[in-house]
Ligand binder design. Structure first.
Ligand code: APR
Length: 311
């Protein structure tokens, strides 16, 4: 049977996700947006590329949630992106209301879907999506760690002069200034990164990774990144649809793991047909644990603000 992925938001991230899914022939795609014409036009454009790409999927654009019915996966990208000088947290209340209304509609038509959240501030928006949908935590997963890790791997590979595909790394924590690149677990084909790069080089790359989103916003000026974010989303979509069971850093609701409860934060997750199938608790030293705690505390502050505003 054909699989179906709905993408909410036909902007930069959403349309790029649709294109990548169609290019890979992974699933039929429904692209939905509040603006009339944009999802229809972009979906048709992507569909018309399929004969050239050699794929055979259905791509439709709509403004009506009825067309999203019975999706296997719903990717939530609608919302405002950052502008220069803004932090992801500045988007909190505006995007919370968008996430709440979109997820309520999508969950009604696709009660068995797995939700992948992309709208920022990511970890807080995952919280809104879980509360709104009432879905269990294995079906509400946030995309941030795959992107942050891809940025980290890119910069490390560049500095080491090696293939980025040989760089194995994991960035945990919230999707923001407090993210936690795990240097101790980072290697080039198993060779610890500390044997290849100096501590100064690594520290510089950790900081550049933390600022990776802002670096792109600084260049673009009118919006935020979308090529690497959409690649990251599609890696998660593929792992679920093909039951690949990849272990990827994703925002997941902790229920006691890492000593926290009821908070979304980036941790190593196994993604398969059931969505989030397992959270790995890696051994952390004191400073790594403190950094992850600080990151979880920063997410909790945002969730508390949401709570005070009726979310
Ligand atoms: N319902 C459906 N679509 C909506 C709604 C809504 N209530 N509100 C806004 N949108 C749509 C907009 O019409 C627009 O097409 O969401 C889309 C957002 O697209 P962009 O402005 O291009 O933003 P993008 O770069 O795709 O980022 C979207 O992902 O990475 C995050 O921080 C980023 O929160 C932002 C989100």
């Amino acid at each position: 049977m054909r699989r179906k992925v709905t993408i909410i938001g036909a902007g930069n991230v959403g349309a790029s996700c649709a294109l990548r899914i169609a290019d890979k022939g992974l699933a039929d795609v429904t692209l939905i947006d509040i603006i009339e014409g944009v999802p229809q036009g972009k979906a048709l454009d992507i569909l018309e590329a399929c004969p050239v790409q050699g794929t055979d999927v259905r791509v439709v654009g709509t403004n009506d949630y009825e067309e999203t019915a019975n999706s296997d996966i719903v990717v939530m990208t609608a919302g405002f992106p950052r502008k220069p000088g803004m932090s992801r947290d500045d988007l909190l209340l505006k995007n919370a209301s968008i996430v709440q209304s979109c997820i309520a509609s999508a969950a009604r038509y696709s009660p068995n879907a797995i939700l992948i959240i992309v709208s920022n501030p990511l970890d807080a928006m995952c919280h809104v999506a879980l509360e709104t949908s009432g879905f269990s935590r294995n079906r509400v997963i946030g995309m941030a760690g795959v992107l942050d890790t891809a940025r980290f791997r890119t910069f490390l590979a560049e500095a080491a002069g090696v293939s980025a595909s040989n760089v194995v790394a994991m960035v945990l924590g919230g999707h923001g200034d407090t993210m936690v690149p795990l240097v101790r677990y980072t290697s080039v084909s198993g060779i610890p990164i500390g044997q290849i790069l100096t501590q100064e080089q690594i520290a510089g790359i950790v900081q550049r990774t933390r600022d990776g989103g802002a670096e792109i916003v600084g260049h673009l000026k009118t919006g935020s990144a979308y090529y690497a974010p959409s690649s990251s989303v599609v890696e998660m979509v593929e792992s679920i649809l093909r039951d690949q069971r990849k272990v990827l850093p994703c925002a997941a609701r902790l229920e006691g793991e890492y000593g926290r409860k009821g908070i979304f934060v980036g941790v190593p997750c196994k993604l398969g047909a059931g969505g989030l199938e397992h959270i790995y608790e890696v051994e952390l030293d004191n400073s790594e644990r403190a950094a992850l705690e600080a990151s979880a505390d920063a997410v909790k502050e945002l969730v508390d603000v949401l709570g005070r505003n009726g979310y």
